[in-house]
Ligand binder design. Structure first.
Ligand code: HEC
Ligand code: HEC
Length: 358
């Protein structure tokens, strides 16, 4: 799109310059960023609300491209050795496969890196395991400065980008100014993150009538949905919720006492201790290990935990109804079938999408 304002003001300045060639403003054909619409999958359109896109940060082709470049660029970290993708790798549905991650300092954090997809549909806009980040724009700057992640001084990073041969031009294309700020840096990264949509799992295709599930996978779905079996759907959704999470905070019974308070550490309310955000069950094939601290290496371990490993505590969710017996007590067959169903929610198209690779 051409910037009509500039052209207009050029015409006006040429009228007022009345033929004096020396004062002619050079003709700039500056492009304005090209708006793009998120391609919302049919299942999302049919079942859930519109994505959250802040009015002051609409997606543009140039903004998304800049955000992608920043996401994969080591320049954001203190010693320029790691990027966002070091802990959020496309082939792992944008997480990594270690329980917790070391940042530039080599110090291990205490939380499992989170996969990144369908983030524009987190309506509560509370990000991180404990909800401490209130928007993608605000979240984007956090790892850059966090001592156990990229450990940078944001002003130094902004200066580095400003002195870089490419970035001022790329910010100019995306935001119509080559003066880089941390706010624009965050906006670009958030734009890229909103394009990370996962909606092409085997189960998605089944929902659209384009694929069949095996009898084992169908029984696994039944186990997942039945209150007298797995009873998983209250928090992780059902076939009418393509997100496969409610994005709410629950204590699912991992521990009797808490070293990490979760939501309680953010709100200061003891009733929130041990509550963490329900993760989506999409893409589990790529995102092991599991839980906020990556304590379970396999889905078998996760299912055994829900079946017989629950720990009681004052804040355990009332939906964990079988805690007195240790869990929902599934047969070996139902466990295997539940696992087979869970794996139908993984989306190979997402992890190999060329738009998301470095
Ligand atoms: C050293 C590893 C590491 C690096 C580097 C890193 N992250 Fe993360 N990321 C994490 C961890 C761990 C969490 C969970 C944090 C928590 O709950 O406290 C997380 C959470 C997130 C979330 C929240 C997702 C959700 O669903 O709530 C987003 C978004 C995110 N990171 C984006 C980024 C971006 C953008 C960068 C680069 C600027 C980045 N991360 C760099 C480890 C990392
Ligand atoms: C009361 C709500 C609730 C119910 C019911 C529930 N979950 Fe969860 N689930 C959660 C929460 C919250 C977490 C994250 C907990 C944490 O890390 O502290 C989680 C984590 C998981 C994870 C790990 C995902 C990841 O990316 O780390 C899997 C897999 C899972 N649940 C499957 C199930 C299955 C299968 C069932 C039924 C047998 C079930 N859940 C029942 C709330 C629930």
């Amino acid at each position: 799109m051409k910037k009509t304002g500039i052209i207009l003001s050029l015409i006006i300045s040429c009228i007022s310059c009345s033929g004096n060639d020396d004062t002619l403003v050079p003709v700039v054909t500056e492009e304005t960023p090209n708006p793009i619409a998120l391609e919302i999958p049919q299942l999302f359109r049919d079942n859930i609300l519109a994505p959250v896109i802040p009015t002051d940060n609409p997606l543009t082709k140039e903004g998304v491209a800049l955000g992608k470049r920043l996401f994969f660029d080591n320049i954001l970290s203190e010693d320029e050795t790691i990027s966002c993708a070091s802990c959020h790798a496309p082939s792992s549905a944008f997480t990594n496969n270690t329980p917790t991650s070391a940042g530039v300092s080599g110090v291990l954090g205490n939380r499992n890196s989170m996969p990144l997809f369908n983030l524009a549909w987190n309506y509560g806009e509370r990000f991180a395991w404990d909800g401490k980040e209130l928007s993608l724009e605000r979240q984007a700057l956090e790892p850059i400065e966090n001592p156990i992640e990229m450990n940078s001084d944001i002003e130094i990073v902004v200066q580095r980008l400003q002195n870089h041969p490419d970035y001022p031009e790329l910010f100019n294309a995306a935001f119509e100014t080559n003066i880089i700020t941390k706010e624009l840096l965050a906006k670009a990264i958030a734009q890229f993150e909103r394009t990370l949509i996962s909606a092409d799992s085997k189960f998605d295709r089944y929902s659209l009538g384009q694929a069949n599930l095996t009898p084992q996978e169908l029984n696994g779905l039944d186990v997942f949905l039945r209150e007298d079996k797995g009873d998983c759907f209250h928090c992780h959704g059902n076939p009418n919720n393509p997100l496969w999470t409610n994005n709410e905070f629950h204590n699912n019974g991992l521990d009797a006492t808490f070293t990490d308070l979760g939501l309680g550490g953010v709100t200061g309310d003891p009733n929130d201790n041990g509550r963490f955000r329900t993760p989506s069950l999409r893409n589990l094939a790529y995102t092991a290990p599991y839980m906020h601290d990556g304590r379970f290496e396999t889905l078998e371990e996760v299912i055994d935990f829900y079946s017989e490993g629950l720990q009681n505590s004052p804040t355990i969710d009332p939906l964990m109804k079988n805690v007195a017996q240790g869990g929902v007590q599934l047969s070996d067959q139902d466990k295997a079938d539940l696992k087979a169903f869970l794996l139908t929610l993984s989306d190979p198209t997402f992890v190999s999408n060329p738009d998301f690779q470095n």
